[in-house]
Design a protein around this ligand. Structure first.
Ligand code: SF4
Length: 593
């Protein structure tokens, strides 16, 4: 999946921001079940067939978004052919497809949250603390023909959004208005996971995958408290609604390390609660002035949009001057309120859902729009992206401008934590960003709009950072410019840039049943007189409730370590007060070698 290039910067030529996002949901599922599991991400058909024929899998699961429905149908047919005894599970947004069971040959369609569903399906308890394996938000990050040396940890904090906008598939899938499913019990747990990822991967930039992270002020402000307490100068990339952002001061956002924010600006006169009484143009300007990169999402195709006013609609979105601007069609996607409204009004083009089996449906309306003629809508999307580029310039250069604003404001801030975060930026300016702006200026040498803009930015960088940044940047810039030319040629040739296929196997040391049995054996060895049964333990009592004092607890844990030949993490040991917490530690152990 390549969200930025395919949904935002694809019209920006070599300036497009390229990166691939792994399938986070599959990685989470794999880490939270106690049977051996292999995740194949972006496999070719040959790799997929090779995998399922070589290994006698009992269960094969596929996750997909709606536009990949036809591909999933093909994969299921292949499974039936090459591994007919396997049970097929299909999850993800594709499950909203009307009458999916008649179109795709699978055994189970997982319509809501899949992690707890899968644990339940496998006969494992669906209440254990969720394990968050270290995962990168993106791989193979590139722009201007150059690799970008940046590592972003991805942590899934929750799914669903209680705001419940009528068109939103994310909200609809996880319960709709008023609902969200948290993957952490508290901000403290989230903080511990971030610490763990920092320790294991050396990251300081986190993408918190949450459809509306700032909506839960209690969690966000507690996280800020912990970051301050432990002197963490992390950078956070989050998604949040305008209404939620408005409840924070700029100072709070900056101290919380918010560095990138994805916000739905939707459109002028949009009557969604999250935008009520909010000047989104002013909000974006304000955020950028504090060094926060803004990704804004605008919608085309509201009822009042028409060929007569589409220029103004696009201009309004472009006037936000966000760093990245996404245009999407307001489309009735199955599962949403908007879809049901269109269906009830007889406005759907494919009421039986067959139309969703056509790839790239994202570029066309799925309903009869009151004003916009059919098959003209994708032209408006293109017009929007091109207008944004023409007026605001390439997104990555805008982002450099925002970073510079942040550096100027906070590079010497009295708050050392905030200052350190921006100091890291000064290194990026020295090593890459100044050269990138130099190259952009050369690229646009004969462009009367972009040249002065990039020249002003370049001069500003030189003034701010002085030597040796400004003496080194022409050499770096020349290298980047040459890569840009190659990239441009490659794009013009239509070269494909596919995500690398990955395969990751995870074999837990023991299963859930074995973990309970082993726990039982350890307790019985130390305190046989208690007469504890495996069934007692399965009910997850606190250890003191079943008669184990703190010395017994440590003896039991020591015995488990000996039996498995492992060492528990001392931090986890300190908080493992109930059976589930101990079992969870056991299940996190993997076979090596
Ligand atoms: S605020 Fe955003 S994530 Fe939440 S329901 Fe609306 S569109 Fe969906």
């Amino acid at each position: 999946m390549e969200a930025f290039h395919s949904q935002m910067t694809g019209h920006q030529g070599p300036f497009s921001l390229r990166m691939f996002h792994p399938s986070f949901s599959l990685m989470l599922l794999q880490a939270n079940i106690s049977c051996p599991c292999t995740v194949l991400d972006f496999p070719s058909l040959e790799q997929f067939i090779g995998e399922i024929t070589a290994t006698p899998y009992d269960i094969i699961g596929i996750t997909a978004v709606l536009i990949n429905a036809a591909k999933v149908r093909t994969l299921c047919r292949l499974i039936r052919k090459h591994r007919p005894e396997a049970t097929i599970l299909v999850g993800g947004h594709i499950t909203a497809l009307p009458r999916i069971e008649t179109r795709i040959d699978a055994d189970h369609f997982v319509t809501g949250e899949g992690l707890r569903w899968l644990q339940h399906f496998l006969g494992e308890p669906d209440r254990l603390p969720i394990r968050h394996p270290p995962m990168d938000f993106a791989t193979d990050i590139r722009t201007m023909g150059m690799p970008v040396n940046m590592r972003i940890a991805n942590i899934v904090t929750s799914v669903g959004c209680p705001v419940g906008c009528p068109f939103c598939t994310i909200s609809a899938k996880f319960g709709g208005r008023g609902k969200r499913i948290d993957f952490f019990n508290s901000a403290d747990e989230l903080f511990e996971t971030m610490l763990d990822h920092e320790k294991k991967s050396g990251v300081s930039l986190f993408h918190l995958m949450d459809d509306n992270f700032l909506l839960d002020r209690k969690v966000a402000l507690r996280l800020l408290e912990l970051m301050e307490l432990h002197d963490k100068s992390w950078s956070l990339a989050v998604w949040s609604s305008a209404g939620a952002i408005k409840t924070y001061s700029a100072d709070q956002l900056v101290r919380l390390g918010i560095s990138v924010i994805w916000i739905g600006i939707e459109g002028k006169d949009a009557e969604y609660s999250k935008l009520q009484n909010i000047d989104t143009v002013g909000m974006v300007r304000e955020l950028r002035s504090h060094g926060i990169i803004v990704i804004a999402s605008a919608m085309l195709g509201m009822d009042h949009h028409s060929p007569d006013n589409m220029d103004q609609v696009i201009d309004y979105a472009v006037s936000h001057q966000a760093d990245f601007l996404q245009f999407t069609l307001l489309n009735p996607l199955p599962g949403t309120e908007f879809y049901e409204d269109m269906k009830a009004g007889g406005m759907l083009l494919s009421p039986d859902g067959e139309g969703y089996m056509i790839p790239h449906r994202r570029l066309q309306f799925g309903h009869r729009h009151p004003n916009i003629p059919r098959n003209t809508e994708s032209g408006y999307l293109t017009a929007g992206f091109l207008r944004d580029l023409q007026v605001n310039g390439p997104s990555v250069i805008r982002a450099v401008d925002t970073l510079l604003k942040g550096w100027k404001r906070y590079g010497h801030a009295p708050d050392r934590r905030v200052c350190r975060r921006h100091e890291r930026l000064s290194e990026a300016f020295g090593s890459f960003l100044a050269g990138a702006v130099w190259a952009a200026r050369e690229w646009y040498r004969s462009d009367p709009v972009q040249y002065p803009r990039t020249d002003t930015l370049y001069q500003d960088i030189c003034r701010e950072f002085g030597q040796p940044v400004c003496t080194n940047s022409p050499a770096t810039g020349a290298r980047i410019l040459s890569c840009m030319k190659e990239e441009d040629e490659s794009l013009r040739r239509g070269d494909r840039h596919d995500p690398p296929a990955t395969r990751k196997e995870r074999i837990p040391l023991i299963s859930y049943t074995q973990a309970i049995q082993m726990f039982h054996d350890a307790v019985t060895e130390i305190r046989p007189e208690l007469g504890i049964t495996p069934e007692d333990l399965s009910a997850n009592p606190r250890l003191d409730e079943i008669g184990l004092d703190s010395a017994d607890r440590m003896s039991v844990l020591g015995s488990l370590e000996q039996r498995l030949g492992i060492c528990f993490d001392m931090k986890q040991v300190a908080i493992a007060m109930d059976v589930d917490a101990v079992v969870s530690m056991l299940l996190s152990q993997e076979k090596t070698g």
